[in-house]
Design a protein around this ligand. Structure first.
Ligand SMILES: [Ca+2]
Ligand SMILES: [Ca+2]
Ligand SMILES: [Ca+2]
Length: 167
């Protein structure tokens, strides 16, 4: 029995040891909150790519809850109030999508807009999605040129041994 337990540990370690240094695992993703860099939305997108990740896409309430906890733990004074995610309506005003693959951000999928958001305030409007620290990490649209901290995600391939549809 001890041997089987040992083998199981080695197996689990090999499955779960895949997050790069500095990233935190949750379910099938690895996350890194860049608290030392503030960037425009487009810059943040590039930063994540440099570190072989993407701006975070929140698909479920479970993922949102995990991220709220992560940001609360890592928060410190001096950070921007917003944390950039991958969502945007830059292409068509009012049509929110995850930039990564164009999945609509709509009532059919998970959303957590702060009441009254998205409101596209100001002359240039607001076309990029962030989490508001002072509003319990509910969602806001913000001016994409504002500089904020950001959260990157590495999504594990979910197609291991499975069917890949449409690719
Ligand atoms: Ca995700
Ligand atoms: Ca907008
Ligand atoms: Ca807004």
């Amino acid at each position: 029995m001890a041997n089987i337990a040992g083998l199981l540990l080695i197996f689990l370690a090999s499955v779960y040891a895949e997050c790069p240094n500095g990233y935190v695992r949750h379910d099938s993703s690895c996350y890194k909150f860049f608290s030392s860099v503030q960037a425009t939305w487009a810059e943040a997108l590039t930063y994540c790519q440099l570190f072989e990740s993407k701006l975070t896409v929140i698909e479920t309430a479970r993922e949102q809850t995990f991220i709220e906890g992560l940001l609360r733990r890592e928060w410190k004074s001096g950070l921007s109030d917003g944390v950039w995610l991958d969502g945007t309506d830059l292409l068509v005003e009012g049509d929110w999508v995850w930039a990564d693959d164009g999945t609509p951000i709509s009532a059919q999928n998970f959303t957590k807009w702060f009441p009254g958001e998205p409101n596209s305030l100001g002359k240039v409007g607001e076309d990029c999605l962030n989490l508001l620290h002072h509003e319990s990490y509910q969602w806001n649209d913000d001016d994409c040129e504002e500089k904020h901290n950001f959260l990157c995600e590495i999504e594990e391939e979910s197609n291991q041994g499975g069917l890949i549809i449409g690719k």
